[in-house]
Design a protein around this ligand. Structure first.
Ligand code: AMP
Length: 423
């Protein structure tokens, strides 16, 4: 047992994982730019009160999962558990209301939640997300939903479902809360103890209770309690999604665990699993900026979990391109040849060909074995004869064939076979 291990629920992202991370972040960057979103990177630490205000003091995130601590100066800080509150704080702090509205921002950031770790659930995890702030038009909800959907298409994930609902405004929701309480009150013994405790404060959450699905199915529906404007907004949104060709299913039980949502809520779920395994979620949050001390400002956004996406990419056997395996391994015999190997390796690297060389005075046989173990397709062999001839012996390690390649043309020879930019 090593003396130190990564803290529970955290993990080292090792080199072999990186191709997946590169792939996901490249798709996020490419599509967010195409939709006109600019990158933002708020600090990992925030005033703990920001999340109490922004995410909601009654939410699991704030009540149970937040890493909160007092720093040496006595300030109460939290490790960021989600991105939206930080982005909205930054919008206010930097006076972004004076920019053309809506302001479109995206991020890819580590998040921290003290949760019970399991497959796809960690204490440090990563989310990408985007927020469009300063406009209430349903066409903006459609834009954000379309961007989320197109991203998951770009990841190449199959069998996803986009689940959509509207939960109205705080006013219409308090009427809906009332209707829900009336529905659940006679049956409180049928929900779990957590939900019983939430019954008065957060009755929407009872719809998520896994204990009695039939009871939730029979519950009154938020769509039936929408105010006129929210109903119109939802109708427009569906028309825009149809125009964009984004498929969705409606689910009246989708309410989301965060307090700040208004009107539109949605999740992207892998088809084969339940709502617990959502791989991305978002919605409209028209009250949030005001809650944080700004003027009333509407907004809509989405966040996706990178680890869960990668888990699904692996499950579906999706290839994401080569990792950092060397394309060439330069082996040498003798000190003079080793100096040449140092130079050649450097030249290949500067030409964009991933190259490694034999170290530590190993025998040629040991160097070639290492080249094979590292997965290099070619070994470039330099010894006295090669130096004298001004040509390397290049060995195709899979076929066991070799040929002599003049040192002056080695770079082009390799580039033609293993790729890499031509300069
Ligand atoms: P939320 O901010 O809770 O709406 O979560 C948005 C997405 O982040 C989820 O759909 C998950 O994909 C991901 N996510 C949330 N919590 C975790 C966690 N503890 N570990 C890994 N991914 C998570």
């Amino acid at each position: 047992m090593p003396k130190f291990r990564a803290p529970r629920g955290t993990t080292d992202l090792l080199p072999e994982e990186q191709p997946y991370w590169d792939f996901v972040s490249q798709q996020v960057e490419r599509l967010c730019r195409a939709y006109g979103y600019g990158r933002i990177e708020p600090p990992v630490l925030e005033d703990a009160a920001l999340f109490e205000r922004g995410v909601g003091a009654e939410t699991d995130i704030v009540q149970k999962e937040m890493y909160t601590f007092q720093d040496k100066g006595g300030d109460l800080l939290a490790l960021r558990p989600e991105g939206t509150a930080s982005v909205c704080r930054a919008y206010l702090e930097h006076g972004m209301h004076s920019l053309p509205q809506p302001v479109r921002l995206y991020y890819l950031l580590p998040m921290f939640r003290y949760e019970r770790p399991q497959a796809g659930r960690y204490r440090q995890f990563h989310q990408f997300g985007f927020e469009a702030i300063g406009e209430g038009d349903a066409a903006l909800d459609a834009e954000v939903i379309d961007l989320s959907w197109q991203l998951y298409q770009a990841f190449g994930l199959r069998d996803l479902t986009l689940v959509l609902n509207s939960i109205g405004t705080p006013e219409s929701r308090s009427r809906y809360h009332q209707a829900l309480r009336e529905h659940y009150r006679p049956h409180l013994e049928r929900v779990c103890s957590d939900c019983r405790a939430r019954f008065e404060r957060a009755p929407l959450r009872l719809l998520d209770c896994k204990q009695d699905a039939a009871l939730a199915e029979a519950a009154p529906r938020s769509l039936e309690h929408l105010d006129g404007e929210s109903a119109h907004h939802f109708q427009q949104l569906r028309a825009y999604l149809d125009a964009l060709g984004v498929p969705y299913t409606q689910d009246h039980r989708l309410v989301r665990g965060l307090d700040y949502y208004t009107r539109t809520v949605y999740e992207i779920q892998p088809s084969q699993e339940g709502s617990q395994s959502a791989i991305g979620a978002g919605g409209r949050y028209d009250g949030l900026i005001q809650e944080l001390g700004g003027a009333p400002t509407p907004g809509v956004g989405f966040a996706g979990g990178v680890e869960r996406i990668i888990l699904n990419l692996k499950r579906q056997g999706r290839e994401v391109g080569p990792g950092a395996a060397p394309r060439a391994f330069v082996a040498s015999v003798g000190e003079e040849a080793k100096t040449a190997a140092v130079r050649i390796t450097g030249e290949l690297r500067r030409a964009g060909i991933t190259a490694l060389m034999g170290l530590g005075g190993r025998s040629l046989k040991a160097q070639l074995r290492q080249a094979g173990a590292l997965g290099a397709p070619y070994a470039v062999i330099i010894g006295g004869d090669e130096l004298a001839a001004g040509a390397a012996t290049v060995r195709d390690l899979a076929r066991g064939e070799q040929e002599s390649v003049p040192l002056g043309g080695l770079r082009e020879w390799l580039q033609a076979r293993v790729g890499g930019p031509l300069s």
